[in-house]
Write a protein that binds this ligand. Structure first.
Ligand code: MRU
Length: 368
């Protein structure tokens, strides 16, 4: 299939390249455009979507072609550049006003992952503070987006190292349960929770990964298992309601998840179902870790109560493929995230070390 080009009818993207290549960088800057791995098609199909306009980037984020908090931030940063390069205004105020409009459209895509707003804000600040001429601002923004992406890769590797240091010391190799997808696909590469798992494997301490399927979008089943297969990480797929049973049988030594937004007190919003994992882990005395970059911490929020929870299309709940799984007349609720209270979290693993949720505030000085 390599090199086959095709149009996605009616979606507005330039073109899609299908290939069997398995390198996992979800966002790639190539010549004059951004290439995204289409995460809605994995694991059955590896497709690349080309993005040349910021509105297409906004649509790619909203439709989850690119997803996962850090990857959303990186994609939005490139979206800011794409928007900037199309701005016709030559006066600084006019240019910045239009750039703010680009920021609003990109920011209106997904409300929970704070990395989106963090990246957009950082790009706006870069544009405001640069001393170059207006015509040169887009180039400065391209460099800033590339910088955000490069930093995230280093950040994930640091999270992996710090995570490895706090994993339980067991005589046998560790079996780790994870929820959703927090791997290369969700970041610049390597991953957060899955990054810790990669580091654990590199240290020859990993037994296997238990991947929750992660209803309704199935990021665990479709994306995490795919990444594990690419990298020969032993993986067992389980349905979301099997975690307690597996823990009771002694199959799991630790649970590690990612985060979309962490409040200053350590309350953590992550993919719906994470809270269940934390509760069953506590019931079985199993450590429950959150792995995330500091860009995922929203120090303006004192607790998780203020975290906006995205509600998505109810079809994600009532349909499997195109088949409805319940009779007409049923009501639906489809929150995409839940908030795990800090007291259920053993430690939050960041690029600056692993801390108890109560000590997260000490890391605020490192946030840029
Ligand atoms: C390193 S990714 C951390 C989180 O973003 C991840 O766990 C998650 O909840 C992703 O949600 P998604 O809706 O797929 O964007």
């Amino acid at each position: 299939m390599e090199g086959v080009q095709q149009m996605i009818a009616g979606v507005g993207y330039d073109k899609v390249t299908i290939s069997m290549e398995t390198k996992v960088y979800p966002v790639i800057w190539h010549e004059d455009r951004v290439l995204l791995i289409d995460q809605t098609r994995l694991s059955h199909e590896y497709a690349i979507v080309e993005i040349k306009r910021y509105k297409d980037m906004a649509r790619a984020i909203a439709t989850m072609i690119v997803r996962g908090a850090p990857a959303i931030g990186i994609a939005a940063a490139y979206g800011m550049y794409l928007g900037a390069r199309d701005i016709q205004k030559s006066d600084r105020d006019g240019f910045l006003a239009e750039l703010k409009g680009v920021a609003e459209i990109l920011g209106n895509t997904r409300p929970t992952a704070v990395n989106l707003f963090w990246a957009i804000e950082r790009m706006l600040k870069t544009a405001r503070e640069t001393s170059v001429s207006v015509s040169e601002i887009p180039q400065v923004l391209l460099a800033a987006a590339q910088q955000i992406q490069a930093e995230d890769l280093n950040t994930c590797q640091a999270i992996g190292d710090h995570g490895l240091a706090v994993l339980p010391k067991t005589p046998e190799q560790l079996n780790i349960l994870t929820h959703c997808n927090t791997g290369s696909l969700a970041t610049a590469g390597y991953g957060t929770a899955l990054g810790v798992i990669r580091s654990c494997k590199a240290a020859q301490r990993l037994g296997r990964v238990y991947a929750d399927e992660t209803r309704p979008r199935l990021q665990g089943a479709k994306l995490t298992t795919w990444e594990c297969v690419q990298d020969q990480i032993p993986v067992t797929l389980i349905a979301d309601n099997m975690a307690a049973h597996c823990m009771k049988l002694g199959l799991i030594h630790a649970a590690i998840v990612g985060a979309d937004r962490i409040a200053a007190n350590g309350d953590t919003a992550n993919k719906i179902g994470t809270y269940n994992v934390a509760l069953v882990a506590r019931a079985h005395n199993i450590p429950f870790f959150v792995a995330a970059p500091l860009s995922t911490v929203d120090f303006r929020l004192q607790s998780g109560e203020g975290i906006p929870i995205e509600e998505r299309d109810p079809k994600e709940v009532y349909q499997i493929g195109s088949t409805a799984i319940c009779p007409p007349g049923v009501e639906f609720y489809n929150p995409a995230f839940d908030v795990t209270p800090a007291e259920l979290i053993t430690a939050i693993i960041t690029e600056h070390g692993a801390v108890a949720p109560g000590d997260l505030k000490n890391l605020m000085v490192h946030q840029c």
